[in-house]
Ligand binder design. Structure first.
Ligand code: BES
Ligand code: ZN
Ligand code: ZN
Length: 609
């Protein structure tokens, strides 16, 4: 995979970055160090499991004709008789012939002259569902070319080994070609799949993402460190499938999955491939931040991580605002949540100037950054509470989208705002019935301390109005009710602007990370403004009814801009198995949709609001 050293999504942290002691935003002095990672192996010791250090087996490389003959009945008996001699022939050939073509060769040969990793790469090839009666495989152009290279043996083996491949299903063939000891063929579904009007996404792209992710994981199971990917007619989607499909949060485990590096097979479409890698690495950054334990990603650690990712860009400025700054800004609602925790709050502010004219009105992103939401005095049940380490998903996705926009050099200005704090119960915490004052002077009755996200966002949205924004878009894991309404199918979008909605919606069709429009009716506004002690209550008066809509109506009380959208991402926060190209865990959704949306905005005429 071509790695762009300018791309901070790829860049390793600078030496000492991990060990730098955070400033105490309250006092400016160094604070106690956060928990450290498990002890690292001593220099020279293998730090992580590498596939190319697997026990040095000769690998299954033997002449294709012999392989075919093994598949002819009676295979079991024949194979048992022939395999040992085949293996030793293969081993000798391997030692003699194998070129060091693989750029993933990192460790050099093993003492015996070769290792399984050095023997070659994996190859993932797509195959469409057959439209013909005879069920003959319909390869992609890369599949066709490879089949010709091995004299038609791939096609022959595919038809031998079972029924036509269904979408997302795989077959693995070993020993077909010396450069690719293992070839995974994966079903892509219908050849001409495109936009599916019912599903609101591009089915062809989704099929490619899924197929490539499944294929790459098969290669990872085989502990092959390098895999070439068939672009399947859409190299961006293929790269996204590979990079998203292989991602896993491994940071704190001593035993890690082997690292697999995906590369584009062939030289065409390399720009689209790189774009897909960048989009996917952006989402993986958000997944990383969301998955990490709350004692590792505190407000200051979050801010420093993002600052480090943006350090190499001369057109990006990052301000890590301490509590004293938040106080001078009179962000009373945000501070009321933060004061319940021993961990100091941070207001992270990012300015990306990608437009040729630095004065062009920016797109302003705002993200809820609750690094842990216990519920506060309105304490959440303990079961499942650990998932609330991802309650900074809004901040993670918008900041990752800006890192990605910078890596892509998108020609527009973007400002990112992330109020970061913990929501904890303590003697200093908000109590139900307390009244606090937001930056715009409105008073808020805190009827439930677990509805804390809207308090942070109220102040951040007021602040967002300082920048003459083209549009203000906030993302927040705001309500369990959003999850009840749509589950993980789509992000709920509440917006006062059809122009903004159209851009978000069209972006999401391409990315497959969908959005669905939700109502901002006056009906819901009445339910939060009918409040005994203050201008607005932080919960709707009919308890849980329409919970996602009353939360959005609350936020609207702090917005005067004509192009504002609130994205409730609580339902898409994590993945079990619904999105097949994401593993189980925090999903980082909808980072790619935000990036695609920003890319579209950068092409839209500046006055078209
Ligand atoms: N962070 C939660 C919402 C959430 C729930 C996100 C599940 C992701 C998954 C939010 O702060 C919260 O607790 N909201 C309350 C609001 C209620 C008290 C009005 C909720 O949804 O229960
Ligand atoms: Zn909460
Ligand atoms: Zn929350």
């Amino acid at each position: 995979m071509p790695r762009d050293s300018q791309n901070p999504l790829n860049a390793a942290p600078p030496p000492g970055a991990r060990s730098r002691r955070p400033r105490d935003p309250r006092s400016g002095s160094a604070r106690a160090a956060p928990p450290s990672l498990p002890p690292r192996p001593a220099a020279g010791a293998a730090p992580r499991a590498r596939a190319d250090e697997a026990p040095c087996a000769p690998g299954p490389l033997f002449p294709p004709s012999l392989l075919l003959s093994l598949l002819v009945p009676p295979p079991a008996v024949l194979a048992a008789m022939l395999l040992p001699c085949v293996r030793s022939v293969a081993a000798r050939r391997l030692a003699r012939d194998v070129p060091r073509a693989c750029s993933c060769w990192a460790q050099g040969p093993s003492p015996r002259g070769y290792s399984r990793g050095a023997a070659g790469k994996g190859l993932v090839l797509g195959v469409y569902s057959s439209e013909k009666e005879d069920g003959a495989a319909q390869f992609t152009s890369a599949g066709d070319a490879f089949d010709r290279l091995v004299s038609g043996k791939l096609r022959a083996l595919l038809s031998l080994c079972g029924p036509p491949l269904k979408k997302g299903k795989t077959r693995i063939f070993h020993g077909l070609h010396q450069d690719f000891p293992s070839v995974v063929v994966v079903g892509l579904g219908k050849k001409n799949a495109g936009i599916n009007e019912q599903e609101n996404w591009n089915e062809g792209k989704e099929n490619i993402r899924t197929a490539v992710a499944v294929g790459c994981r098969q290669i990872q199971d085989l502990e092959i460190p390098c895999v070439e990917i068939d672009p399947c007619g859409d190299a961006q989607a293929a790269a996204e499938g590979a990079v998203l499909g292989l991602h896993e949060y491994n940071e704190l485990k001593q035993k890690k999955k082997p690292v697999v590096t995906p590369q584009l097979h062939g030289s065409a479409e390399s720009e689209a491939w790189q774009k897909g890698v960048t989009y996917a690495e952006g989402q993986n950054l958000a997944r990383y931040l969301m998955e990490a334990p709350a004692n590792y990603i505190t407000p200051i650690k979050f801010a420093e991580h993002i600052e480090q990712k943006l350090r190499s860009f001369s057109n990006v400025k990052v301000h890590i605002r301490p509590e004293s700054w938040i106080t001078t800004q009179e962000m009373g609602a945000f501070l009321s949540v933060a004061k319940g925790s021993a961990e100091p709050p941070i207001f992270l502010e990012i300015h990306y100037s990608g437009s040729a004219n630095t004065d062009d009105s920016p797109l302003v992103f705002v993200g809820k950054g609750v690094t842990f939401d216990s519920g506060g005095i309105s304490l959440k049940p303990s079961s499942g509470m650990d998932a609330m380490r991802a309650d900074m998903g809004g901040a993670a996705t918008v900041c990752s989208a800006i890192v990605t926009a910078a890596a892509l050099h998108l020609p527009l200005n973007i400002i990112g705002l992330a109020p970061l704090c913990e929501n904890m119960p303590s003697g200093k915490a908000n109590k139900p019935g307390d009244v606090v004052r937001a930056k715009n002077g409105k008073t808020i009755q805190v009827d439930n301390t677990d509805a804390e996200g809207r308090l942070l966002l109220a102040d951040a949205l007021c602040y967002a109005h300082n920048f003459n924004a083209r549009a203000i878009v906030n993302a927040a894991t705001l309500t369990g009710a959003m999850d009840v309404a749509l589950g993980s199918a789509a992000t709920g979008v509440f917006t006062n602007s059809s122009w903004l909605w159209t851009h978000l919606y069209e972006a999401s069709i391409l990315t497959g990370d969908r959005v669905w429009r939700m109502p901002l009716f006056e009906h819901y506004t009445k339910q939060v403004t009918d409040c005994p002690l203050a201008d607005v209550s932080n919960i709707g008066k009919y308890s849980r009814a329409g919970g996602a809509c009353t939360a959005a109506a609350f936020l609207k009380e702090f917005v005067t801009a004509s192009h504002w959208a609130h994205l409730d991402i609580a339902g898409v926060m994590s993945n079990k198995d619904e999105v097949p190209y994401l593993r189980k865990g925090m999903a980082g959704r909808p980072t790619r949709t935000l990036v695609e949306f920003a890319a579209r905005l950068s092409k839209d005429s500046h006055n078209a609001k």
